[in-house]
Design a protein around this ligand. Structure first.
Ligand code: CAA
Length: 257
């Protein structure tokens, strides 16, 4: 059985966490499988977008509590590092990633969603960082990425109370970009992924990189990086094709170079 399934729909990949009996709880094996899938996708030159979702009624209900229970402090640190490595591998993919949150996204599940470029939520989704209920704290990015997504006030409320929120609240605070009826979620995420797949791939990848790296950089450095990258994409055939197609009033045929 594969803990993280990979399916290809044309230029779009779907990654599905597949441990539904444990609500896709993230144990070491699942995190290792996720890290391996991200490495596999990083090598895929024809890939244009990724949708991440969960099998069954959860996206992921967090790190695996049964496995964590016996950990020593050193083992817990190593477990946290593994989660960070897996999520960073996903976050740093050149192509955009969309979290299609079908159900519970709690603890490590909410952190996984935040490692994706943005989140689409089912009306059934529940988000939260319930670690304090267990006497622990977030270990896969809940004190870092979540802050960037929702701002410090909401990150504090979520992490320090452990209380979950529903999809409409997640939408209101900017954690989710859109909310869908449960049966429309994957269709919505795949439609957006397909839209991305039709754009200039080098431009999309470079813009994604700037949006990711720019948020940690000093403002002047981020602006300088944007200027340099703006110049760089003028060396691609795709920008020649994109501009020519616009002026010739036809659809562009991008090649990704
Ligand atoms: N770890 C291990 N197993 C889990 C799990 C988790 N995080 N979440 C659910 N499961 C298992 C349950 O133990 C149960 O297994 P059995 O059938 O073998 O008993 C199965 O999944 C179904 O779960 P429930 O029976 O509890 O389902 P429910 O509908 O009654 O409740 C829920 C759903 C509210 C999500 C509840 O399962 C729950 O609260 N789960 C834990 C959520 C949580 O605390 N997550 C944070 C983990 S810590 C973390 O993530 C740290 C970090 O940042 C790295």
């Amino acid at each position: 059985m594969e803990l993280v399934r990979l399916e290809r729909r044309g230029a779009v990949a779907i990654l599905t966490l597949d441990r539904p009996d444990a609500l896709n709880a993230l144990d070491r094996a699942t995190l290792e499988a996720l890290r391996a899938r991200a490495a596999q996708l990083a090598e895929d030159a024809a890939l244009r977008a990724v949708v991440v979702t969960g099998e069954g009624r959860a996206f992921a209900a967090g790190a695996d509590i049964a496995e964590m229970r016996g950990l020593t402090p050193t083992q817990a640190e190593s477990f946290s590092r593994l989660g960070h490595e897996a999520f960073a591998a996903l976050e740093s993919l050149a192509v955009p990633t969309i979290a299609a949150v079908n159900g519970y996204a709690l603890g490590g599940g909410c952190e996984l969603a935040c490692a994706c470029d943005w989140i689409y939520a089912s009306e059934k989704a529940r988000f939260g960082q319930p670690e304090v209920n267990l006497g622990i704290l977030p270990g896969f990015g809940g004190t870092s990425r979540l802050v960037r997504r929702v701002g410090i006030g909401w990150a504090r409320e979520l992490v320090l109370t452990g209380a979950p929120i529903k999809a409409d609240e997640a939408l209101r605070i900017g954690l989710a970009n859109r909310v869908f009826a449960p049966e429309a979620l994957m269709e919505g995420a795949l439609a957006t992924a397909q839209t991305i797949a039709e754009k200039g791939p080098v431009a999309v990848a470079q813009a994604k990189r700037l949006l990711l790296e720019g948020q940690d950089a000093d403002g002047r450095v981020a602006n300088a990086l944007e200027q340099a990258t703006f110049g760089l994409v003028f060396s691609t055939r795709d920008r020649e094709e994109g501009m020519t197609a616009f002026l010739e009033k036809r659809d562009p045929a991008f090649e990704g170079r």
